[in-house]
Design a protein around this ligand. Structure first.
Ligand SMILES: [Zn+2]
Length: 231
């Protein structure tokens, strides 16, 4: 009786085991598709109560390009795993445990850290999260966005600073209605930055470090007469 029982249990376990593995593979495929980041696959997932979903990810590429020599290296030097925030899934915050690998260049023999398209170095969030948060801040304000608990006010200010540096040279080809908004920064009271938006497309054009008339005027003049005359 004991033997039969044991065999029975063992079979159940085996069937269940195979089923679990298949389910996991399927989950991972779906999660990779849902994550939708180029050259990134999900390798495991876990859900923590009160924290959110943590997806462990890996690059699908087995090489990286040396920033000094421009030569592809396949020589993995070391793994560097850390967690960044990504777009929430429904109401659940999503964290990615990413691996920014270090490779050793076969030409200059120096190690280098790989460039990842979806997250900048030394940042605790993905580029697409920063993009969405900035859009939210433009529509609301820093505090109400931070209150949602996804990102902190410090992270938002860092996002704004990065965006203003990145967008500093950007100008619209054509603009019909320009919106000028201001965002009150948390650090340093009375500190504001100005946000220029294309009101017809709701697209962010640029973020200026100050909201004075002078700065705004200088920026608009910098766009040149072509853009301004069309406007
Ligand atoms: Zn090199």
């Amino acid at each position: 009786m004991f033997v039969v029982n044991f065999k029975y249990k063992k079979n159940i376990f085996v069937i269940f085991g195979v089923f679990t593995v298949m389910l996991r593979k399927q989950d991972i495929k779906i999660l990779t598709e849902l994550l939708d980041l180029k050259d990134v696959k999900v390798i495991s997932h876990r859900l923590h109560d009160g924290i959110g979903m943590i997806l462990q990810t890996e690059s699908t590429k087995s090489y990286s390009t040396c920033p000094r020599c421009g030569i592809k290296s396949h020589r993995l030097h070391q793994n560097h795993r850390y967690i960044v925030k990504d777009l929430p899934f429904g109401e659940k915050p999503v964290f990615l445990e990413i691996n920014r690998r270090q490779f050793k260049c076969e030409e200059c023999k120096k190690p280098f850290s790989e460039k990842l398209d979806f997250v900048s170095k030394k940042r605790t969030y993905t580029k697409r999260l920063a993009h969405n948060i900035i859009q939210e801040v433009v529509e609301n304000d820093i505090h109400s966005v931070a209150d949602k608990g996804i990102v902190t006010t410090e992270e938002i200010e860092r996002m704004l600073k990065d965006a203003s540096e990145k967008l500093s040279d950007s100008k619209p080809d054509f603009i019909k209605r320009l919106g000028i908004d201001e965002i009150a920064l948390v650090k340093g009271k009375g500190n504001y930055c100005a946000v220029l938006i294309d009101l017809d497309t709701s697209k962010l054009i640029t973020i200026l470090n100050a909201r004075t008339q002078e700065v705004v005027k200088k920026t608009l003049m910098g766009w040149g007469t072509e853009v301004l005359e069309l406007s």
